[in-house]
Write a new protein. Structure first.
Lengths: 378, 248
């Protein structure tokens, strides 16, 4: 199933020929290499990639066109442990993470991330500690990056992913019982091609919040997978994006209720202008036995031009019989009646549209400052 | 000079003639009521004054303070002092009432070539107007009409009117959907506003509001024309006898 590149060599072979970096030698890359050898790499025709021409991303991979940052930008509050992913201590933290937060077969780009890995950080918030300030993660000095966050029992932390450049970033997080992780992701407009995977496991009575504000890139793909693995876990994901020009943003989100009594909320608001393309596939899975799960997904999208494209698809897979699930998806134009209402009060059309869009996005953003910096709102 | 002067106004909506020759003159300081049965063209008249897209003037003229407003955009009309209280106010989630009002007040200040009011002055003013309509200050923080009851939406229109202080306010069925207490509050707001050199056109189906806001003149609209005009007693006659007595 490997895609073919122009010179006839299998894409997977060419990627494998790039070899493995020596970074984090404790990381056993055998399963990653085997997976790519056995199954190749995803291509455009795969269902999960139908709206993103992943071939263009492989071009960036093969050409090594990425220009990663030269140094690490990382800010840590007191009481939080952080180590370079290369260190033996990082290996111990990976062991503490326990079972993987995602399946490699379902996310084969993570295999490529392992082979090409060049930078990373492992972060631990010790049990019972409430971090006095946020962990800020900016640039990491390689194109392929890993971040591991372990929030121990009853600990609390805010992690802010600031705008940065990479080819692939994998962020894994485990929130142990009673812990709380607030995750803010800020993705600036970029001419780069980048993919990322966020995989989070929340254990009993743990809580994970993600607030993502994004502008598009030449190619930007975000895979987000959150598993409610313990009783009473809670996940809230909010995403707001605004694209223009010919920018691209593909969000593939899955929230998996694997234990009873979990609550999940997903709220997405997107605006696509120009010739941009925005994708949101949001999945809710309720595993057998995950009774009394309560899940909601809402995605609303505005097409601000005749040539922009929006693909919004909520999916529900439910294997338990006593659950509460709801979803809604809308795609529409800016409401002419609303614009007229503004204008009838003396507000010109341009400002009216801008205020309307800002109000629309606000339903999914509370971090107004970050949103302003990103230009998601004015 | 008349503040509002409408002469032989013909309006089509989607190619259908709705207004077929309206003549109406309102002087500064006056309140006029325009009444009529459903489908008579009342809302069309209100909307065409505000410049809503989709309403085509095929004949006639509309002037405000002597200026022809028909070529003007809705925002230009607003800046010249025209205000329409919508029959169905629009919900705008995510934009607070305060933000909406500030944007409008700033646009009006810019239109007059003035600096926008300071945030403190503006908030004081908005709160004072809200209090006059017996609205809780929290009301200003809520999204524009978002999840408002019918009565709250109508009060919000009057709030916007009080804050913007227009020359000419056209109130399109502002009384519908109000219970008796809310009706009195809204009427008090209109009465506090009226006079002071401005004019008010009340578009309504019922006489009810006119018990509290007594108009100088009442006009009856039927089939796109004004078929009868008189003093406030006309409203009482309509209430007693319905619209049928005007036929023929």
């Amino acid at each position: 199933m490997a895609g073919l590149t122009a010179d006839g060599a299998s894409l997977a072979e060419r990627v494998l020929e790039l070899g493995t970096t020596g970074y984090a030698p404790w990381l056993d890359r055998t399963p990653h290499r085997k997976l790519i050898e056995a199954r190749g790499l995803p291509k455009l025709r795969a269902e999960a990639w139908r709206h993103t021409n992943v071939t263009r991303w492989y071009d960036a991979v093969l050409s090594g066109a990425e220009t990663p940052a030269k140094r690490t930008r990382l800010e840590l509050p007191e009481g939080v442990e952080a180590v370079d992913f290369e260190s033996v201590r990082a290996c111990e933290l990976v062991a503490q993470r326990g079972e993987e937060t995602f399946s490699l077969a379902a996310h084969p780009l993570a295999a490529l991330n392992a082979l090409r890995l060049g930078a990373g950080v492992a972060i631990r918030i010790p049990a019972g500690v409430a971090a006095p300030g946020p962990v800020r993660i900016g640039d990491l000095p390689a194109a392929y990056q890993r971040i591991l966050v372990i929030v121990e029992a009853d600990a609390r932390v805010e992690v802010i992913e600031e705008p940065s450049t990479y080819t692939h970033r994998l962020l894994e997080a485990v929130v142990q019982p009673g812990g709380r992780l607030s995750h803010r992701r800020q993705q600036a407009a970029s001419s780069g091609r980048e993919c990322s995977l966020v995989a989070v496991r929340t254990e009993a009575d743990a809580r994970y919040d993600l607030a993502q504000t994004a502008l598009g890139a030449d190619l930007r793909r975000n895979d987000i997978l959150a598993t409610l693995a313990g009783d009473g876990a809670a996940v809230e994901i909010r995403g707001a994006w605004r694209l223009d020009g010919s920018r691209h943003l593909d969000n593939q989100v899955a929230v998996r209720h694997a234990a009873p009594g979990g609550t999940s909320r997903q709220t997405y608001r997107g605006v696509a202008d120009g010739r941009s393309r925005a994708v949101l596939n949001g999945r809710i899975e309720i595993a057998p036995g995950a009774q009394h799960s309560d899940a909601m997904l809402s995605t609303k999208n505005l097409l601000a031009s005749d040539t922009a494209e929006v693909y919004a698809k909520p999916e529900l897979t439910i294997y338990a019989n006593d659950v509460k699930c709801s979803h809604g998806a809308t795609i529409g134009a800016i409401d002419d009646d609303a614009v007229h209402y503004f204008r009838s009060r003396g507000i010109d059309e341009r400002r009216a549209r801008s205020l309307f869009v800002r109000g629309f996005l606000r339903e999914a953003i509370d971090d107004v400052e970050a949103a302003q910096r990103l230009g998601v709102i004015q | 000079m008349s503040l509002l002067h409408i002469e032989n106004l013909h309006v089509d909506v989607a190619g259908q003639p709705i207004l077929t020759g309206i003549d109406l003159t309102v002087a500064a300081g006056e309140v006029h009521a325009v009444m009529g049965p459903n489908g008579s063209g009342k809302s069309t008249l209100a909307n065409v004054l505000a410049g809503r897209p989709g309403y085509d003037i095929t004949e006639g003229s509309v002037t405000v303070d002597g200026e022809d407003i028909t070529p003007l955009s809705p925002e230009e009309r607003s800046l010249r002092g025209l205000f329409l209280a919508f029959q169905y106010p629009i919900e705008i989630p995510g934009v607070s009432n305060m933000e909406f009002l500030k944007a409008a007040v700033d646009a009006h200040a810019a239109g007059r070539g003035e600096d926008p009011p300071s945030a403190v002055d503006f908030v004081k003013r908005a709160r004072a107007c809200a209090a006059r309509l017996e609205l809780n200050p929290d009301f200003l923080k809520r999204g524009v009409n978002d999840g408002f009851s019918g009565g709250e939406k109508k009060r919000n229109e009057i709030l916007q009117m009080l804050v913007l202080e227009p020359r000419l306010a056209v109130l399109d069925e502002t009384d519908s959907g109000l219970d008796i207490d809310a009706l009195q509050v809204v009427a008090n707001g209109i009465n506090a506003f009226r006079g002071n050199g401005n004019a008010v056109v009340l578009v309504t189906h019922y006489q009810r509001l006119l018990n509290y806001v007594v108009p100088e003149r009442v006009h009856v609209l039927a089939d796109g024309r004004i078929v009868h005009s008189g003093d406030s007693s006309v409203a009482l006659q309509l209430e007693e006898r319905g619209y049928g007595w005007l036929d023929g």
